[in-house]
Design a protein around this ligand. Sequence first.
Ligand code: ADP
Ligand code: MG
Length: 332
Amino acid sequence: PQLINQIAAGEVIERPASVVKELVENAFDAGARQVEVDVEQGGVRLIRVRDDGCGIDREDLGLALSRHATSKIASLEDLERVASMGFRGEALPSISAVARLTLTSRTADVPCGWQVSADGSESDFDIQPAQHAQGTTVEVRDLFYNTPARRKFLRAEKTEFGHIQTLVQRMALARFDVGFRLRHNQREVLRLQPDAEEGGRPERIGALCGPDFLEQALRVEFEASGLRLHGWVGLPTFSRSQADLQFFYVNHRPIRDKLVGHAIRQAYQDVLYHQRQPVYVLYLEIDPALVDVNAHPAKLEVRFREGRMVHDFLFSALHRAIAGHRPGRTAS
Ligand code: ADP
Ligand code: MG
């Protein structure tokens, strides 16, 4: 089962950025207002995520690590299920199957924190008292140390850190109310203050997408048939084309979707006759019943129940925003 766990974990934990994603999502779930991510050597040597969320009780520490795949993934069939669905409620156990994990946490109502370590093999955890402010720190060392095949697929340190940086950027654009700090090899790469007010958002957009994006970007705000689209879209005419500056959120979850990309490109080209990649940070709000964002928790997939309707909505919202700023050149 240990081997199967490692394989299964590898389906979800593909690279250091996958670990960061799971840990930051947990911090969000814990109600954190501040998330600090420390990375060494592209995340292979160390990933440490610290939050000021609700923390984990002493009794629950072992539990968080031990809803373990051991009992659940016993067959090839189970493995296939994991490969297609991803783990749910199994992020920490699966990380601990392929790395050395230490969890330190303290809840609001206790005088001291507690720490537990795991390397995926134990079922009995040794829980020790530890200094910690309210919140949680998860430390992940030596990723894939026991799965050389996985480790071989990792890219250069710089590339792996690049994935982490893009991921943190994407998550920071989803949660303006959470402060972030990102460091690589002790060097601060990103620091963002939490911001509850809508008015402070441009500052974060500027920090993450560059001041020239913010300067040229058009504000989008459009509502129709129960859907709302808001955010920023850059005019390729002005902004330097940056294919990776494409951030789209459905109900504040980051997603990547062909249909969305197509609708946006169409609107661009229709108004601007422009072939360059659009740049955008856009938020779609839609009735949760009309969308399935859990198609694969480890990926950024989404399934719209009414794809055509969403496509047309996006197209008209953007068409309007862009054409509105090009008065001489509205839709023909
Ligand atoms: P899931 O998030 O799907 O429940 P995880 O394996 O990611 O599964 O986490 C297991 C459990 O550990 C969580 O349900 C939560 O109770 C606890 N936990 C993990 N990370 C944190 C955190 N940063 N703060 C508070 N609780 C946490
Ligand atoms: Mg989780």
